[in-house]
Design a protein around this ligand. Structure first.
Ligand code: ATP
Length: 639
């Protein structure tokens, strides 16, 4: 017997596996490997769990509404809700504090894998193996230590049909949790639907059902369409179209008639088998009718008469800006709507992208897409085609139908050029031409296509220093920085202690009955936070996830490496009470110096262990490697 999972991608979606037969099959699989099963597994290292959580950040983010709602519901039934990845590793838990203690005794906690091959028959592992919802109650668990549990798990599928995670509700086996399996299945469906809803804005989304009233329900069928082909779906769509995952990549016309004329309306469509349904066609996250470009909207030249507390929030929840940042946002919105390009400066993790997203949501460009390009992460060989697009067959490996490129995708919305200081010099010339002429010329084409979007760029490197070093074009710099905002680092945030407490609560600390001791809070408040908001969230999340439920967190529990020296030296003379400083007040050359000094210090303190240093800094390992490579080339450079 082996644990090779049946290939789910072509399997017919099974709404519920026959309970007893799947438990029986699982026991047969486990009997052959019982000597390999782990009765008392150790959770993985904090750094490894953090990395996994980063890898699954999108799933975690989209699952939050269900996790939060379920946490409240199941806590009253003395149960917990868990989200695990496709390998069965628990990424997040919430719910009854009392039961969390009990669950931890059998290693039902973040950082532990509940794959069937490691923990025997159990709801998470067996649901993953079978690709279907399952309840495993008390003695149905293969390992006797787990028989105190009653668990209900439902797999979460990607738009391509792969199982990418599992949602589980677990409680005490002494109680029967009659609705738990239905609840877990419903929430797993909602998360899968949200993955389809928050899709690439280039795709179309056809939503359909038997009745109009069901188009907003969890039962709605969804297919994603790219160039008239189906590139994603949910199980409700497979069910209504009476097919399986083989429908992927086939033409939509093979399945439904009348879909392409829906644009923005709710109207009738007909399936291949003649069934009459109602459908809606959306583009990306918004309906087609709402996609009107603001290019004809009259730009405002004066600041918006809006009080900071009335600032609109974007459709996806964004972290709230600090008060002075809200003031700066109003100015930035006015500048952007007046046709100016906005440049954001600030240390790594200081919230430049979040600020840019607020700017998009509050500017005249909010109806169009927000297109973010990380100029530092694109391979040099691809950056040109990625930005400007290409004609079909322009180069070896090019898609037959060509690609429109990211600048054209931003049409009518906002283009966010992140880490602009890392853009290769040769490409800066082409970018400048496109920005000045407001036209792009795809690779392999002699056509020029007009583009119209709001422009924001960001860098934690000082662009004026790069200019003096010959690494950045002065003319591009002046094109990007009509209006510059420098975001202050987290350590300068007013009322930092209260903010840290609120974040700890928001991230689930209070829900798990945990408290930060005064000494721990003193240390957190005095810490330098070189990785800013990103590092703060990563650290607080790891405390919430890895410290026992109900615990009082002491100073020694904080994973602050040996950075007791805390607060990094603040090189600027700027008023530290200012969260946002207008351009020119901070000698921006210090931003990069500070980042580099901090990286060197943390890497040294972590004994040159890059994984550990990345965790302390709250950045991905690859980001840290990139910074280290830059430091190395600086040190070995001329002079
Ligand atoms: N005001 C805020 N409150 C809470 N969290 C925030 C805030 N601003 C940013 N964050 C969080 O910090 C993390 C980093 O934010 P963001 O990506 O905007 O930083 P950045 O300055 O663009 O970083 P980098 O320079 O490394 O690209 C994100 O997880 C974001 O949600």
């Amino acid at each position: 017997m082996n644990f090779l999972r049946p290939t789910a991608s072509h399997a017919r979606p099974e709404r519920l596996v026959t309970q007893s037969s799947s438990i029986k099959r699982s026991w047969e699989r486990c009997a052959d490997v019982s000597y390999d099963l782990h009765t008392d597994p150790d959770p993985m290292l904090l750094a490894d769990l953090q990395l996994r959580r980063e890898q699954h950040a999108h799933l975690l983010e989209l699952a939050q509404p269900e996790l939060e709602t379920l946490a409240g519901l199941v806590a009253s039934a003395k149960s917990v809700v868990l989200l695990a990845d496709a390998a069965g590793v628990i990424l997040q838990e919430a719910g009854s504090t009392e039961f969390l203690h009990k669950a931890e005794r059998v290693a039902l906690r973040p950082g532990v894998s509940w794959a069937e091959s490691l923990r025997g028959t159990n709801a998470i592992g067996t649901a993953l193996f079978e690709g279907a919802p399952i309840r495993v109650h008390g003695s149905e668990h293969f390992l006797s230590c787990n028989r105190i549990l009653s668990c209900h798990a439902a797999p979460i599928r990607s738009p391509r049909g792969d199982v990418i995670g599992v949602l589980d509700i677990s409680g005490d086996a002494a109680t029967l949790h009659a609705y738990a399996l239905g609840l877990a299945s419903l929430c797993a469906t909602q998360i899968a639907n949200r993955l389809l809803d928050y899709t690439d804005h280039r795709l179309h989304r056809l939503v359909f059902q038997r009745q109009t009233s069901l188009l907003d329900s969890a039962e709605r069928a969804i297919v994603l369409i790219e160039h008239d082909r189906i590139v994603g779906a949910n199980e409700a769509a497979l069910h209504l179209l009476d097919t399986d995952w083989r429908l992927l990549d086939s033409p939509v016309d093979d399945w439904v008639d009348g879909w392409s004329s829906l644009a923005g309306r709710t109207d009738g469509i007909r399936t291949r088998s003649g069934q009459a349904l109602v459908g809606q066609l959306h583009r990306g996250q918004e309906s087609l009718t709402a996609q009107a470009s603001p290019q004809h909207a009259r730009p405002r030249a004066t600041p918006l008469p809006v009080a900071p507390q009335h600032i609109r929030t974007a459709s996806a929840p964004l972290p709230e800006l600090e008060d002075t940042a809200k003031q700066a946002l109003l100015q930035a919105v006015a500048a952007m709507d007046g046709g100016m390009a906005v440049l954001l400066q600030g240390e790594t993790g200081a919230g430049k992208e979040i600020f840019a997203r607020h700017l998009h949501a509050n500017s005249a460009w909010h109806r169009g897409p927000f297109v973010a390009i990380n100029c530092g992460a694109l391979p040099e060989s691809l950056i040109e085609s990625e930005l400007f697009g290409y004609e079909g067959g322009a180069f070896t490996g090019a898609r037959r139908e060509g690609a429109q490129g990211r600048l054209r995708e931003a049409q009518g919305g906002m283009l966010f050029l992140d880490e602009i200081g890392d853009m290769p010099l040769a490409l800066q010339t082409r970018l400048l031409r496109a920005l000045q002429e407001r036209e792009v010329q795809p690779l392999g084409s002699d056509k020029r296509v007009p583009v119209h979007f709001g422009l924001t760029s960001a860098s934690n490197r000082d662009l004026s220093t790069l200019i003096t070093q010959g690494l950045f074009r002065a003319d591009l710099y002046y094109r990007l920085q009509d209006y510059t905002i420098t975001l202050s680092p987290l350590r300068e945030r007013p009322r930092l202690r209260e903010f840290l407490c609120a974040e700890f609560k928001r991230l689930g600390g209070t829900e798990r009955g945990m408290t930060l001791s005064d000494a721990a809070l003193d240390a957190l408040e005095a810490y330098g936070w070189p990785g800013n908001y990103r590092q703060m969230q990563s650290l607080l999340r790891s405390l919430v996830v890895l410290q026992p439920a109900g615990s009082l967190i002491r100073r020694e529990d904080l994973p602050l490496a040996q950075t007791d020296s805390v607060r990094a030296p603040i090189a600027s003379e700027a008023d530290s009470a200012m969260a946002v400083v207008p351009s020119g007040d901070v000698p921006a050359a210090t931003l990069r110096d500070m980042t580099e000094r901090t990286i060197e210090q943390v890497v040294r303190e972590c004994g040159y262990n890059v994984s550990q240093a990345a965790t302390v800094l709250g950045v991905h390992r690859s980001t840290l490697y990139r910074h280290l490579a830059r430091l190395k080339s600086r040190d070995s450079g001329p002079g």
